[in-house]
Design a protein around this ligand. Structure first.
Ligand SMILES: Cc1ncc(COP(=O)(O)O)c(C=O)c1O
Length: 399
């Protein structure tokens, strides 16, 4: 038997993790600049996470959705300390895809409308419904037809002078479109790490209000803490009606959250049915409460901002010194380094060279960019070690 093919695979078998590193079966050590698949943000084998989760597995794991647990109550208590107060209705689910899927169902049910506004660079998930909204999933024969769908260009500096990337929304308002259920956006676009100017969320809020649509902030990849604020939409003065979280919220445990307001719950008027085996599990509650508490106790929101700034400064130095690098961008510990078009093919060569040298990192072909989602516990020394080896590789492979 072999795994269903999901993309390029190397014959590296990872056997354990410790702190910011993972080890393969030969004992080779790698600095994990990806936090697993952008999830394991508090380091591997962190006793602050491992001990409560071990204890929880023994005490109580999964319960029927008709019952509550102390763990879910504690997760809501911890989240309530850091979320905007309006966002006080929550469902704990298992994956980011599921949280986005439910957010979209809710938006359509609450508004009695079907149209959606998405981003051309956005990723929404792997379920049939969410993937049908992604660039690669649109207009395929094997996925549901996403219906009335409008796409915004990515908020890059070239695309978005004077908010020009929001022209399609202006047009929808001018045309009097009354069928838009939601505008769904990522405050930093994970697929390429595109960082909009401050004020982007407020612009979207304004258009959502004019269209009578809900604003969904999809923060599965970019929150909590990673962007240098608890939640990435908080870089703007805006509160979405729906917030989706995943990945880092469980720090390696598969849990996600769909969070919304009492008003949206009322608007749905009992129309939504979403019950699933592992919804609101005690284990999920314990994971979320533990992660939020640890981030708070260790001041990791500020640390993400500081380390991200340090990392980005090093990337900007690289951009000044290497012709093949055309852009360095980031917000907090969400970072990207982009190669020029003519060097696009070298990206994977450099990626695998660095993996061979002990640094797990990603190359996103669609944007010619190396992407970095390092753990919140990364140190300056580790960043410096990586930058040194990255420079050597860039010198060899793209001059
Ligand atoms: C922005 C965004 N939304 C949704 C998802 C789907 O999350 P998951 O892979 O946990 O289902 C991802 C995953 O990368 C994502 O980046």
């Amino acid at each position: 038997m072999r795994l269903w093919k999901t993309g390029p695979q190397r014959n590296i078998v990872l056997v354990r993790g410790e702190g910011n590193h993972v080890y393969d079966e030969t004992g080779k050590r790698y600095l994990d600049l990806q936090s697993g698949y952008w999830c394991n943000v508090l380091g591997y084998d962190n006793p602050k996470i491992v001990k409560p989760m071990q204890e929880q597995f023994k005490r109580l794991t999964n319960v029927m959705s008709a019952f509550s647990t102390n763990e879910i109550k504690e997760a809501m208590n911890q989240l309530g300390k850091v979320l905007p107060p309006e966002l006080d209705r929550i469902s704990f689910l298992n994956s980011g895809s599921e949280a986005v899927d439910l957010a979209l169902k809710i938006a359509r049910a609450a508004t009695d409308k079907t149209g959606l506004v998405v981003n051309e660079r956005g990723y929404y998930g792997a379920t049939a419904y969410t993937f049908s909204l992604c660039g690669a999933g649109r207009n395929t024969s094997y996925l549901p037809n996403p219906g009335e769908l409008y796409t915004l260009p990515a908020p890059t500096p070239e695309n978005c002078t004077g908010w020009s990337c929001l022209e399609p929304l202006k047009k929808l308002v001018q045309e009097g479109n009354d069928n838009i259920a939601a505008i769904i956006y990522e405050p930093v676009i994970g697929a390429g790490i595109f960082v909009p100017d401050i004020g982007y969320g407020e612009q979207l809020r304004k258009y959502a209000d004019e269209l009578g649509a809900l604003l969904i902030s999809n923060e599965v990849t970019v929150s909590p803490a990673k962007s240098g604020k608890w939640f990435a939409h908080q870089h703007d003065n805006v509160v979405p009606e729906i917030l989706t979280l995943g990945k880092a919220i469980g720090c390696g445990f598969p849990v996600s959250c769909m969070i919304t307001t009492g008003r949206v719950e009322e608007m749905c008027d009992g129309k939504i049915y979403h019950v699933q085996s592992h919804q609101n599990d005690a284990l999920s509650g314990r994971a979320v409460a533990t992660v939020i508490k640890t981030i708070m106790e260790e001041g990791l929101v500020d640390r993400c901002a500081e380390m991200g700034e340090y990392f980005l400064e090093r990337f900007n130095e690289i951009k000044e010194s290497y012709d093949c690098v055309v852009d360095a961008r980031g917000r907090g510990l969400l970072l990207a380094l982009q190669l020029g078009e003519e060097y696009a093919e070298q990206g994977e060569v450099i990626q695998w060279d660095l993996i061979d040298k002990g640094f797990l990192m990603d190359y996103h072909k669609a944007s010619n960019s190396f992407r970095f989602f390092p753990p919140f516990t990364i140190t300056q020394k580790e960043i410096d070690e990586f930058i040194k080896v990255l420079k050597e590789s860039l010198s060899i492979h793209c001059g």
